[in-house]
Design a protein around this ligand. Structure first.
Ligand code: MOS
Length: 761
């Protein structure tokens, strides 16, 4: 930084959600436009460097050996042959691993980041089938892999809870469901159900899912004295830096984690054992280390979505009035993780019912820590809830969209709070029109072409709005008139940098090509995790605060000789690469000119986002209506999704192209959830037996039909930029939309995901 730079430090943002989001943004046309990703050219040229691509001199490569029992102890570990194998640098086991503190569990404190809080390779204890028991460093990956295959491990097994059926018999009550009470009761829902003329009461099951981002989990790490440099593939750089510092007993300032490009992350690209092991091995070997998990390694070390069993019951009058809404159930968890798969969340705010009983508990198992995976809770919760609602509509003989209109609440039905913005019925109507819903015959099995039965289904998508506190952004103006905005956040391909570039351009009245958005590095001002569809709003809050400080500083800097002399923030608006009086076109000066006249080479300002007060005051959610058409072969039971349309209400859309891509990606993942994805967990041994993409079936090109995306684009007055999150909602409701379409096609109601051929015949 030059001697002439001027840094204004974190001052609480003056921006308040209710008053701001719009005036600037309405004026400037770039927001919402389908601008291509700013990182696109680097990616297509192969110049974007991913975590496993950083070259270091003298680097060595890590391979892992995974436990074959679910619980117990290592009784013998024979590493001599591996140590003597060609190219081996070292073998690390619990016997020689450096002493490290255990990670602290994500959400146990604001700075904790561990997906599990188990110590990593510190003793002979085994906690899950697949735990890393040895790490080999080799001069090449192949040498490391070969040596790892020579390690022999014997175990003494202890009794392990590996059966969900058994574990369910002794459920644990949760203390909290991500900060909400795990049991929510309004009135006497069981009795209201019994007293209702129309009742639906069923159990729905969803299986485990594993994270399968195209980019394998990887890190390149290097120590320089007690300084640790980590190139990670992560959605939480800042927390990872803090956690690694804690684990290795060094100051956070000594750890720098960067992750500018990530090849997919849906809750799984967090802090797992592999980064910690790589740092430990690099310390032991005193060499830089690259670790890239094999696809099997991802299944063994990176947790996924857990198994659920859910009961949904509706008690209704003949006109659809809901007397009772019950959503209860159980998920598998471990004692060492923090993701309760909050499947009861959608039922808290979607429908006006007179009574509610929403409750979930957990069954503890000896398994890899389950974790957050795209719309944890909502993805599987909406499968149960929205299937059940479709069953109710069928029983009532009311069109499912008409039923939703009749039970649309005016305010949040369980919290009593006002909705910040809710246009779900509009989303349904627009979607129904474009999809041709009126062509659907409400009677199942009425539409066919040869052996193919054709059906349509719809379901509601929903995901909450959150904004995490603690995001800071800095803004730097340089003499060339360029503006750089920096914050330690993430772009995993979803378009963060692109949308924020548009936002900053709009807010400062400059063209997007003058803006650089810096992110993906823990050395930048503190950012939040890319999770819970919160990042965009969180960054927005910080950027708005920083731009306000920036404009104020510029007015001061402009001084008496400027046409801006005597004006305050409230008098001005950014426009045409500078600042002007709101009502006087003549009073204007460009950013460049202000800086030049001040004699400075740059101006740097920084601010924190204001606390997320809007979340307390309002019920804030994104919504959508998912429409699906399927064809089911009467002969083979084969199910083909032939058309899909998602109609979303997610606040203002910041970039039509990247947003559409996010929604579509969620729907594609939802088609996998509906039809093919299932982790086969061997209940006898606790081992995942389909730990490869050959046997774990994600949707491929031929499984995905044309998907149309439309949205209401109504700015949420309570959200920064008017935008709610869009990253996770796409997957929600898809399971039910497919199941409901399958019912409409065949008359078969499948309540157990995935809907595979065997369930159809
Ligand atoms: Mo998402 S499960 O918060 O990446």
């Amino acid at each position: 930084m030059s001697a002439q730079s001027d840094t204004r430090k974190a001052r609480p943002g003056s921006w308040q959600p209710a008053t701001t989001s719009d005036p600037m943004l309405r004026k400037h046309g770039s927001l919402g436009r389908p601008i291509s990703r700013v990182d696109g050219p680097l990616k297509v040229q192969g110049k974007a460097r991913f975590a496993a691509e950083y070259p270091y001199e003298n680097i060595c490569y890590a391979a892992l050996v995974f436990s074959r029992i679910a619980r117990g102890r290592i009784t013998r570990i024979e590493t001599t042959a591996a140590e003597r194998a060609p190219g081996v640098v070292l073998v690390m086991t619990y016997r020689n691993a450096p002493r490290m503190k255990a990670p602290s569990l994500m959400m146990s404190s604001p700075s904790a980041a561990g997906a599990s809080d188990l110590p990593v390779m510190q003793s002979d204890e085994i906690h899950w089938n697949g735990q890393a028991v040895a790490l080999v460093l080799g001069e090449t990956q192949e040498q490391a892999d070969h040596a790892a295959s020579l390690i022999e491990v014997d175990y003494a097994s202890l009794p392990a809870d590996t059966s969900f059926e058994e574990a369910k018999k002794k459920p644990r009550q949760l203390e909290t469901l991500l900060g909400q009470p795990p049991i929510l009761e309004i009135g006497d829902a069981e009795n209201a159900l019994k007293a209702s003329p129309v009742q639906v009461d069923n159990v729905y099951r969803t299986p485990r899912h594993n994270h399968n981002a195209i980019e394998l989990h990887a890190a390149t790490v290097a120590w320089k004295g007690d300084e640790l440099r980590v190139h990670d593939a992560t959605q939480m750089i800042d927390l990872t830096a803090g956690q690694l510092a804690d684990i290795f007993g060094i100051d956070k300032e000594k750890v720098r984690v960067s992750s500018p490009y990530v090849g997919g992350g849906f809750g799984g690209k967090c802090l797992w054992d592999h980064q910690i092991l790589a740092c430990a091995a690099a310390k032991l070997a005193q060499r830089p280390v690259r670790i890239m998990l094999s696809r099997e390694g991802v299944f063994r070390l990176v947790g996924g979505r857990t198994v659920t069993e859910q009961r949904v019951a509706f008690g209704a009058d003949n006109d659809g009035t809901l007397n009772s809404l019950i959503h209860t159930g159980v998920v598998a968890m471990t004692l060492h993780n923090s993701c309760p798969e909050q499947f009861t969340f959608p039922a808290r705010h979607l429908y006006a019912a007179k009574t509610f009983r929403l409750a979930q508990e957990v069954a503890d198992m000896d398994m890899l820590a389950n974790t957050f995976m795209r719309a944890p809770g909502e993805a599987v919760g909406t499968f149960a809830l929205e299937s059940a609602l479709d069953e109710l509509a069928d029983k009532l003989g009311i069109d499912p969209i008409e039923l939703r209109k009749r039970i649309e609440p005016e305010k949040d039905p369980t919290s009593g709070k006002a909705f910040s913005s809710r246009h779900i019925i509009e989303a349904y109507e627009a979607g129904a029109k474009q999809f041709g819903w009126h062509r659907r015959n409400p009677m199942p099995r009425q539409s066919r072409e040869g052996e193919w039965l054709i059906g349509m289904g719809c379901a509601t998508a929903t995901y909450p709005y959150h904004r995490f506190p603690g995001t800071a952004a800095s803004i730097r103006l340089t003499a060339d008139g360029r503006i750089t905005v920096s914050t330690a956040v993430h772009d995993m391909g979803m378009g963060t940098a692109t949308a924020q570039t548009q936002h900053i351009a709009a807010r400062l009245g400059v063209l997007a090509d003058r803006i650089t958005f810096e992110y993906g590095d823990s050395a930048l001002p503190r950012g939040v995790i890319a999770g819970g569809s919160t990042q965009t709003a969180s960054i927005g809050g910080a950027v708005i605060a920083a731009t306000e400080v920036f404009v104020e500083e510029l007015i001061k800097l402009a001084g008496n000789a400027s046409p801006l002399a005597g004006l305050s923030l409230a008098d001005v608006e950014p426009r045409d690469n500078g600042i002007g009086h709101r009502n006087d076109p003549g009073r204007f000066e460009t950013y460049e000119s202000i800086l030049r006249r001040s004699g400075r080479s740059e101006l740097v300002c920084q601010a924190d986002a204001p606390p997320p007060a809007e979340m307390e005051a309002f019920s804030m959610h994104s919504y959508g209506a998912q429409f699906c058409e399927v064809r089911v072969s009467e002969i083979t039971g084969e199910i083909r999704v032939t058309r899909f349309l998602g109609s979303f209400d997610a606040g203002r859309i910041l970039n039509a192209k990247t947003a559409t891509s996010q929604f579509k990606g969620g729907i594609v993942m939802g088609i996998g959830l509906a039809l093919t994805e299932e982790t086969n967990f061997d209940e006898r041994t606790g081992r995942i037996v389909n730990a490869s993409l050959a046997e774990y079936h994600v949707p491929v090109q031929m499984d995905v039909p044309r998907i149309d995306i439309i949205y209401t684009d109504k700015a949420d007055p309570q959200a920064p930029m008017g935008a709610r999150g869009i990253g996770e909602i796409g997957i929600t409701g898809v399971g039910a939309a497919v199941a409901n379409a399958v019912f409409n096609a065949t008359g078969k109601r499948i309540r157990d995901l995935p809907i595979t051929l065997d369930k159809m015949i």
